[in-house]
Ligand binder design. Structure first.
Ligand code: ATP
Ligand code: MG
Length: 435
C-alpha cells in the first residue's frame, strides 16, 4: 500500500463539495472511516472539476442510513446509500471485496455474505461479492486511476494500485488481470475507451489489445445498461473523441450495428452527420446547457432508417408517410436488442423524424401545430443539421422557421397567413418564390 500524506496542491478542501465533506465528518464522528474515491479524486489530481463525489466507508448501508435523515438505500444486489441534498446526491458505498472462489478465503472477514455467483441480469460475472476492507475495495475497482482514496481532513491519499503514477503517466491500467476483469464485467472495456478519450490517456497495451479483440463479450450485457453507457460515451461532453475511440477500438458495432454497417459500406454522409451532431452536443455541454438524449439517437439512426424506408418503397410500399412510420418503428425495434432505448425517447425520436417533412413544407394548417409541438426545437435543430450537411436544400424555409421564433404573436400570425393552405408542391413553391 502506498499512503501519501499528500501535500499535492491540487487536493484542496475548497474543490470538494460541502455536502460530501459533511457526510465524511458525520461518519467520522460516529467512529467510521470515510474516504472520497473514484472519479472525484482522479479528476482533482488532474486539475479538472470533479463531476460528483463518491464516498467509500466501513459503515454498512444500515449504519449509514441511521446517521442521515435524508438517506435512501438503493440497489438490490449491492445496497448503496444515497444521501440527498436538494439536487445533489452523495453516493456512499460500503467497502466490499470481490473474491475469487479459489483465493485467500481464509483471511477475508465478511460482515455480510451474499450468495450471488454466476451471471447477473446485467451480464456481469459475480464472484463472491461480500463486504470487505478498504484494500479489498480498491482491488475490485476497474482501473488504477479510479482506485485512489482521499481523506480530506487528514489530507491522506491512499493508493493501493499505483493510480497516482498512472495519472502522471496518463495510463489507463486495469487493476488485476485484464482479461479476467473484462470477462467479469465487459462494460469495463467501454469505460476504458471513455476515460482514454475524455482524459487523453493511453490504455495500457495488454488491455488495449483485449479491448480491440474482446468486444463480443458485450453481447452478455443487458441492452438497458449498454444504452446508459452509450449516453455516457456520446453525451458526456467528449462525444467526438469517444466516437473516434469507439471506432478505433472496434466497439461501436456492439452498440449501434446498423450505423456501423453503413459506415463500413462507405456511406458518404453518415459519419460527418454524426460527428457534426456530436460536436454541437460537446459544445452545449461545455457551456453548461442540457442535451436531449433522443436527439443524438435520432441522428445516429437517421440513415439506417432512411435506408430501410427506400427499401420498403422499392418493395411496393406506396404511401410515403406510412412507409416512413413503418421504417422508423422497425429501425427502433431492431436497435432494442443492442441498446434499449427507453420508450419515452423512442416516441421523441419518431416525432423528430416524422416532423421533418412538415417542417420542410409548412402550410397555414400545419405550421401552428408544428411550432407549438413540444418537440419543435429538436425537430428544428435536426433540420438545421440536415441543411448544414447538404442533405436537404430548404435553407429559405429554415430561415422562415428561425424568424417566426423571434417575432411576436401578431407577426407570427401574419407570417403563417402567407403560407399555402395545403402542401401541394407547386403551390408551395410559388408562394415561397413570391415571398
Ligand atoms: P465519471 O467521471 O464518469 O463519473 P467515475 O470514475 O466516477 O467517472 P463512476 O461510474 O461514477 O465513474 O463510478 C465510480 C467509481 O466506481 C469508479 O471510479 C470505479 O472506482 C468504480 N466503478 C464504477 N464502475 C465500475 C465497474 N464496472 N467495475 C469496477 N469498478 C467500477
Ligand atoms: Mg462518478
Amino acid at each position: 500500500m502506498t499512503q501519501i500524506s499528500s501535500s499535492n496542491p491540487l487536493l484542496t478542501i475548497d474543490k470538494i463539495s460541502k455536502q460530501a465533506l459533511t457526510v465524511i465528518s458525520t461518519l467520522h464522528q460516529s467512529g467510521f472511516s470515510a474516504y472520497l474515491v473514484g472519479g472525484g479524486v482522479r479528476d482533482m489530481l488532474l486539475g479538472l472539476l470533479p463531476k460528483d463525489f463518491d464516498i467509500a466507508t466501513d459503515a454498512t448501508p444500515d449504519e449509514v442510513k441511521s446517521l442521515f435523515r435524508n438517506c435512501r438505500l438503493i440497489g438490490r444486489r449491492f445496497r448503496l446509500a444515497h444521501i440527498l441534498f436538494g439536487r445533489e446526491i452523495i453516493e456512499v458505498a460500503t467497502f466490499r471485496a470481490n473474491h475469487e472462489e479459489d483465493s485467500h478465503s481464509s483471511h477475508h472477514k465478511p460482515i455480510d455474505y451474499r450468495q450471488h455467483s454466476g451471471h447477473t441480469k446485467d451480464g456481469m460475472i459475480v464472484r463472491d461479492n461480500v463486504y470487505g476492507d478498504i484494500e479489498e475495495d480498491a482491488q475490485r475497482r476497474d482501473f488504477s486511476i479510479n482506485g485512489l482514496y482521499f481523506e480530506p481532513y487528514s489530507h491522506t491519499l491512499i493508493d493501493y494500485a499505483n493510480g497516482h503514477s498512472d495519472i502522471e503517466n496518463k495510463t489507463i491500467r486495469v487493476i488485476g488481470d485484464p482479461l479476467q476483469r473484462f470477462q467479469e464485467d465487459p462494460v469495463r472495456m467501454l469505460r476504458a475507451v471513455r476515460f482514454s478519450a475524455k482524459l487523453d490517456f493511453n490504455i495500457e497495451s495488454q488491455a488495449k489489445k483485449l479491448v480491440q479483440s474482446q468486444g463480443h463479450l458485450l453481447h452478455k450485457i443487458s441492452p438497458a445498461r449498454l444504452f446508459d453507457e452509450s449516453l455516457k460515451l456520446l453525451q458526456g461532453g467528449y462525444g467526438v473523441k469517444c466516437f473516434h475511440a469507439l471506432q478505433e477500438n472496434h466497439l461501436f458495432s456492439y452498440l449501434f450495428p446498423s450505423v456501423q454497417k453503413l459506415i463500413e459500406q462507405k456511406h458518404e454522409t453518415i459519419s460527418p452527420f454524426i460527428l457534426q451532431a456530436l460536436k454541437n452536443t460537446d459544445q452545449r455541454i461545455g457551456i453548461g446547457k442540457t442535451v436531449n438524449p433522443a436527439f443524438i439517437v435520432s441522428v445516429l439512426l437517421w440513415y439506417p432508417m432512411l435506408k430501410l424506408k427506400s427499401k420498403l418503397l422499392a418493395d411496393n410500399q406506396e404511401n410515403e408517410f406510412q412507409t416512413l412510420l413503418l421504417a422508423s418503428q422497425e429501425v427502433l425495434k431492431q436497435q432494442q436488442s443492442y441498446t434499449a432505448i427507453p420508450k419515452r425517447l423512442g416516441f421523441m425520436i419518431k416525432d423528430i423524424w416524422l416532423m421533418q417533412s412538415r417542417l420542410e413544407k409548412p402550410t397555414k394548417k400545419n405550421a401552428p401545430v408544428v411550432l407549438a409541438h413540444k418537440r419543435f426545437r429538436a425537430t428544428y435543430d435536426f433540420l438545421e443539421l440536415r441543411i448544414k450537411m447538404g442533405e436537404t436544400q430548404h435553407q429559405n424555409i429554415f430561415n422562415w422557421w428561425t424568424e417566426i421564433q423571434e417575432v411576436d404573436e401578431g407577426e407570427q400570425q401574419q407570417m403563417m397567413q402567407k403560407l399555402p393552405s395545403n402542401s401541394s408542391k407547386n403551390k408551395r413553391k410559388k408562394r415561397f418564390i413570391k415571398k
